[in-house]
Design a protein around this ligand. Structure first.
Ligand code: ADP
Length: 396
C-alpha cells in the first residue's frame, strides 16, 4: 500500500439516517459506501456496497452510536479494511456553521459546543449532525474528526446579500441574516465548471434542484448570493417547502385558522411546495407523470417551480454582470430534461439555449447547451462526499 494513501470516511448524519462513504485519498477512489436507514424505528435497515454489490440487512439501531458501530463493524467484517486503525480521518457534514465557521475545522470540545449552540438556528439538523460526531469521537477516540459546513461557502456574501431590511438589532442581537445552504454542493459544482472551462475565475450560476433546492451566484471562489436564507425554507419552491412568501401571511393564517405558529411553520415546511400546490405529490417524477396525464395541479406546481427558478437565474445573471455558465445539479437538476428545457426556454431573452438532444441526459456530466447559446449550460452531478474527504485531507 502506498505510504501516502489515506482512508477517509465522509459522514452525513441526519435525524434518522447515517450515510457514509469511504475514500482512498488523494486518489479519490471510493472503497465503499452505504447507510443506516430509519434509525430508532423497528424496521431499521443497513446497506453497504461490497465489490460493487449492494448488500442489505435489517438491523437494530436505536441511536447514533449504535448506527456508527454497525457501520464500523461492517467495514471490518466485509474485509474493506482489516482494522479500524486504518481510518485516518472522519469528515462530518454539518448543516449550520453560523458566522463562526467560515471554513471547515478540526473538531475539538469547543467546536462541539459551538455546533450545539448553533442548534438554535438549525433545530432540525445540527443536533443530529452533532450526535454523529459524538458517536464517532467515542468509537474512534484516536482519529481526527473534521466538520464541513453547508453554510461556510456562503460566508463570502456581501452585506447587501446577507442582510434583511429589518431593524439592525435583529442581526446584531439575534443573528438574523441570510446564511444560505447547500454550500458544499455549490462549491463542488462551481469548481467543476471552472475546471471544464479552464477558467478558475469564471462566474457560475449553480442550480441545485433536489427535494431541497437553492440557486447560487458564484464569482470565482466566492458565493455572492444564494436563494436560501436564514433557514432552508426560503427561495425556490421545493418538494414540500414553500420557498419565499410574504411574512405577513403567517400571522394572518394563525388568526384565520386558529392554528398554532408551530403548525403553520410545519405546513410551510412539510405541506407546501410541489405537494401543497399539486395536491398530488412532493416528488418531481410524480409531478412530471401527472403533467403527462393532464393533471392540472401538477402543471400548476411545475409552473410555480419554474417561474421561481427563472427569476433567480435572471437576477443572478444581472448581479454577476453576466454569468459565464449555468449548471444544473441534484435530483431534479441532474435527471429532469423537461424541467431544464422549460426553465432555459423561459430565459431565451438572454440568448440561453439548450441542444435538446444533448439535454436528454440523466445523472451524468454533460454540456447541454447548443453551439449558439450565449453561455454554456451544464449538467454536473454533485458530489458532497468528495468535498468532505478533500477537506479532511487538508488537516490529516
Ligand atoms: P435531497 O438530497 O434534497 O433529498 P435529491 O437531490 O435526491 O434531494 O432530489 C430529489 C428530487 O429529485 C425528487 O423530486 C425526485 O423526484 C427528483 N429525482 C430524482 N431522480 C430523478 C429522476 N431519475 N428523474 C426525475 N426526477 C428525479
Amino acid at each position: 500500500m502506498g505510504g501516502n494513501m489515506k482512508k477517509i470516511l465522509a459522514i452525513n448524519a441526519g435525524s434518522s439516517t447515517l450515510k457514509f462513504k469511504l475514500f482512498a485519498m488523494p486518489e479519490e477512489t471510493v472503497l465503499t459506501e452505504g447507510k443506516v436507514d430509519r434509525i430508532g424505528k423497528p424496521d431499521a435497515e443497513f446497506t453497504i456496497y461490497v465489490n460493487g454489490e449492494k448488500k442489505r440487512e435489517s438491523v437494530t439501531s436505536d441511536s447514533a452510536p449504535e448506527a456508527v458501530n454497525i457501520v464500523l463493524d461492517a467495514l471490518v467484517n466485509e474485509g474493506i479494511i482489516s482494522h479500524l486503525n486504518e481510518i485516518d480521518g472522519v469528515g462530518h457534514r454539518v448543516v449550520h456553521g453560523g458566522e463562526y465557521f467560515k471554513d471547515s475545522t478540526i473538531i475539538n470540545q469547543s467546536v462541539v459546543e459551538k455546533i450545539d449552540e448553533l442548534s438554535a438556528l438549525a433545530p432540525l439538523h445540527n443536533p443530529a449532525n452533532l450526535q454523529g460526531i459524538l458517536a464517532f469521537r467515542e468509537a474512534l477516540p484516536n482519529v481526527m474528526n473534521v466538520a464541513v459546513f453547508d453554510t461556510s461557502f456562503h460566508q463570502t456574501m456581501p452585506p447587501e446579500s446577507y442582510l434583511y431590511a429589518v431593524p439592525m438589532d435583529w442581526y446584531r442581537k439575534h443573528h438574523v441574516r441570510k446564511y444560505g445552504f447547500h454550500g458544499i454542493s455549490h462549491k463542488y459544482v462551481s469548481q467543476r465548471v471552472q475546471q471544464l472551462l479552464e477558467k478558475p475565475e469564471a462566474k457560475v450560476i449553480v442550480c441545485h434542484l433536489g427535494s431541497g433546492a437553492s440557486i447560487c451566484a458564484v464569482d470565482g471562489e466566492q458565493s455572492v448570493d444564494t436563494s436560501m436564507g436564514f433557514g432552508p425554507l426560503a427561495g425556490l419552491v421545493m418538494g414540500t417547502r414553500s420557498g419565499d412568501i410574504d411574512a405577513t401571511i403567517i400571522p394572518y393564517i394563525v388568526k384565520q385558522t386558529g392554528k398554532s405558529l408551530e403548525e403553520v411553520e410545519y405546513e410551510l415546511n412539510y405541506k407546501s411546495g410541489f405537494l401543497g400546490v399539486s395536491e398530488h405529490s412532493n416528488d418531481s417524477r410524480d409531478i412530471e407523470e401527472g403533467i403527462e396525464k393532464g393533471h392540472e395541479g401538477c402543471r400548476l406546481a411545475q409552473n410555480l417551480f419554474n417561474r421561481r427558478v427563472v427569476s433567480y437565474i435572471a437576477s443572478y445573471h444581472a448581479l454577476l454582470n453576466g454569468a459565464d455558465a449555468i449548471a444544473f445539479t441534484a435530483g431534479i437538476g441532474e435527471n429532469s430534461p423537461q424541467t431544464r428545457s422549460e426553465v432555459i426556454q423561459a430565459l431565451s431573452v438572454f440568448g440561453f439555449k439548450l441542444d435538446e438532444e444533448k439535454n436528454q441526459v440523466y445523472g451524468k456530466e454533460r454540456l447541454i447547451s447548443s453551439e449558439d447559446s450565449s453561455i454554456p449550460i451544464y449538467v454536473i452531478p454533485t458530489d458532497e462526499e468528495i468535498m468532505i474527504a478533500r477537506d479532511v485531507i487538508r488537516f490529516v
